[in-house]
Design a protein around this ligand. Structure first.
Ligand SMILES: Nc1ncnc2c1ncn2[C@@H]1O[C@H](COP(=O)(O)OP(=O)(O)OP(=O)(O)O)[C@@H](O)[C@H]1O
Ligand SMILES: [Mg+2]
Length: 322
């Protein structure tokens, strides 16, 4: 489809851990057989419990980790086979907003310099130009001229995240990866930052990959999404369809654990056992050891998704068949 900004095909990312002397290294399967696409101007969510591979997926798109298999297309061009110049040119359209605005801002620099630093790194040395652009961005994120010369420690967590967002916008990106942008912030500012991100997306026609543990926020912030479990996508598609009609036992368990009635409120689905290890994960379905519906043939289940309904795909729909 030509409205795809990102297309990921069969992506595997493994990390090799140093083993004992003369023993082969343990291999962590952090991302496995992941295929998905992110459309232009949409906000695409990724949810799943800690360690399921959300950040690794983001890092693979950004070129911070090298996949072992698969392809990542950005605007139709393969990022993994592009030469350095082509990669840097494509990569310049991407930015990230990380979860911790406390450690991502240099405490000694004034805000105008923090925000315009990406332009400085690109070679802009005219202080008037840098300050003018910083002020424009600062206003865009709801701060003002009086904040230009203050340093990051003078700001609250929510204000710091606004500064991080302004800085991410400095080079006019098209695609922004928001990796847990709210989790270090007080709950009282979550709505403000979400609304700011939504407004900016509309105004600047941005595309987001929005990673979060907070299922209520993902429902509010995204149009399509993927649910990940132990490196694999287990459910994928239209966010509302997934929340209204979760098919995979893992998605159902996640949603039934949310206290908010507009997201959860489903009959409880209990998970058994422990999260399987990403080192030598089980063959077939990776969720089988925790699944209340697991059967013997789950160990032979091929990876991949099937269509549960238009724009809604799942790796399994066992609860619906029972
Ligand atoms: N550089 C690394 N070296 C070795 N293992 C790694 C590395 N980065 C991630 N991992 C492992 O890969 C798996 C996926 O990690 P990842 O950070 O992608 O999870 P996540 O879903 O982002 O978790 P969280 O929600 O806690 O941020 C984990 O088992 C993690 O321990
Ligand atoms: Mg992470």
């Amino acid at each position: 489809m030509n409205d795809e900004l990102i297309k990921i095909e069969n992506l595997d990312v493994n990390f090799r851990l140093k083993g004992k002397l003369f023993a082969p290294p343990d291999v962590i399967s952090a991302v496995n057989a992941v295929s998905l696409s992110i459309r232009k101007n949409e906000s695409f969510g990724v949810v799943g419990e800690s360690g399921c591979g959300k950040s690794t997926l983001a890092n693979a798109i950004l070129g911070f980790v090298k996949p072992d298999r698969g392809r990542i297309f950005y605007k139709g061009q393969d990022l993994l086979t592009a030469d350095k110049k082509a990669f840097l040119s494509l990569r310049s359209g991407m930015q990230t907003i990380f979860q911790d605005p406390y450690s991502s801002l240099n405490p000694r620099m004034p805000v105008w310099a923090l925000i315009s630093e990406p332009l400085y790194i690109r070679g802009e040395r005219d202080k008037t130009v840098l300050k003018a652009r910083a002020l424009e961005l600062l206003r865009r994120v709801g701060l003002g001229e009086e904040d230009m010369d203050r340093a990051a420690p003078c700001f609250s967590g929510g204000q710091r995240q606004r500064i991080v967002i302004a800085r991410a916008l400095a080079l006019q990106p098209e695609f922004i990866i928001c990796d847990e942008p709210l989790s270090a912030l007080d709950v009282s500012v979550h709505a403000q930052i979400c609304n700011l991100l939504q407004d900016l997306r509309k105004e600047l026609r941005l595309t987001y990959l929005f990673i979060s543990h907070n299922l209520a926020v993902v429902r509010h912030m995204t149009e399509r999404m993927a649910v990940m479990y132990l490196g694999r996508v287990v459910e994928y598609g239209d966010t509302e369809k997934i929340y209204k009609n979760p098919c995979h036992p893992y998605t159902r368990a996640l949603l039934s654990a949310v206290p908010e009635p507009d997201v959860g409120g489903r009959p409880p689905e209990l998970l058994r056992g422990e999260v399987a290890s990403p080192i030598n994960p089980p063959a077939g379905c990776r969720f089988q050891s925790r699944c209340a519906y697991a059967k013997e043939d789950c160990a032979a289940r091929p990876d991949g998704l099937f269509e549960a309904e238009p724009e809604h795909f799942t790796a399994c729909c066992m609860p619906l068949l029972e």
